[in-house]
Design a protein around this ligand. Structure first.
Ligand SMILES: *[C@@H]1O[C@H](CO)[C@@H](O)[C@H](O)[C@H]1NC(C)=O
Length: 298
């Protein structure tokens, strides 16, 4: 994408985020940077890279808006619209932007590269970097859907490591609605990627990998939510505030007027925060999808 178009589009997205409250000012700056790298790095493949990023951004904002009044009662750090900070944006955007930048460097002529073909280095680089990108966003979109929609589940989730019921919002808690939302989020990313995959004339016969992208996205959403939940249940500390009946925000200090006895430890040790879990699980999901591609298309 030409840099002037990319700059215009990024300004539009950042302004939209601030106006709608989905981005805090720091988050808008980070989103601008992620968008710029992604849109400029994409070139001919821009419909896939840019389309996935824009779809994730718009759907994530919509999901956050969904039943906000109920979420206000459930989430201790509830913020209208989401107000995502730079750390949050980068946890969900850095790997994608890096994959896109690598694609720019390692696939010099995208018009000659075929997705699903590992026989030339250009096509292999193209295929693996697209899978890294799709896996990353499938995980992020699945995770966003799961936390924004899964939190509204009628039943309490069970902890992935023990199978015991835990309060809503516990890191590593799984509910059927949350898992379904993760898979749906991944499928949406796969669908947008399929639609945006460049149609190089030389690759016309390769329709199967294109169709498989939807399933790969759904698998990415599922795998991502499992990795996310495993990390969340073990290396992230979940503390339940018995007075407000909410899970306390990550590793926060005791607030004025609070009695330490009202905070009950549910699960995990304090090694990672939510952003680090998101960053690691989406990176791992991208790598898993690239490995799946190596096996399936090799
Ligand atoms: C594909 O990536 C490798 C590094 O992983 C690089 O050495 C190679 O030159 C790339 N292929 C092309 C066509 O640039």
């Amino acid at each position: 994408m030409h840099i002037s178009v990319a700059l215009a589009l990024c300004s539009l997205l950042a302004a939209h985020g601030i106006r709608k409250g989905s981005l805090a000012p720091s988050g808008a700056v980070a989103a601008f940077a992620v968008g710029l790298v992604t849109f400029v790095g994409a070139r001919d493949a821009n419909l896939l890279f840019a389309g996935v990023l824009i779809a994730f951004y718009l759907l994530g904002s919509k999901a956050t808006k969904y039943k906000q009044e109920r979420k206000r009662q459930l989430e201790e750090d509830f913020r209208v619209g989401g107000q995502r900070t730079a750390t949050q944006v980068l946890a969900n955007g850095f790997t994608g932007a890096a994959a896109c930048a690598l694609h720019y460097v390692l696939v010099p002529n995208p018009a000659l590269a075929c997705f699903g073909d590992l026989s030339s280095t250009a096509s292999r680089n193209h295929t693996l970097l697209i899978l890294l990108y799709v896996g990353h966003y499938a995980c992020c979109c699945g995770d966003t859907f799961a936390s924004e929609i899964g939190v509204l589940s009628a039943s309490e989730p069970v902890l992935i490591t023990t199978g015991k019921r835990v309060p809503r919002g516990t890191n590593g808690g799984l509910s059927p609605l949350g898992v379904a939302a993760s898979i749906a989020g991944g499928c949406v990313v796969g669908l947008v990627a399929t639609a945006g995959l460049p149609l190089a004339p030389t690759c016309a016969s390769r329709l199967a990998p294109r169709a498989a992208m939807v399933a790969l996205g759904g698998a990415g959403g599922f795998i991502g939510s499992m990795i996310d939940s495993l990390l969340g249940a073990t290396l992230q500390k979940s503390v339940y505030n018995t007075v407000t009946a909410k899970i306390a925000a990550d590793g926060r200090a005791l607030r004025a007027g609070e009695n330490p006895a009202q905070l009950r430890h549910i699960s995990g040790i304090d090694v990672l925060d939510n952003h680090q879990v998101n960053f690691l699980s989406s990176l791992a999901t991208g790598i898993v999808l690239a490995l799946v591609g190596l096996v399936c298309y090799g």
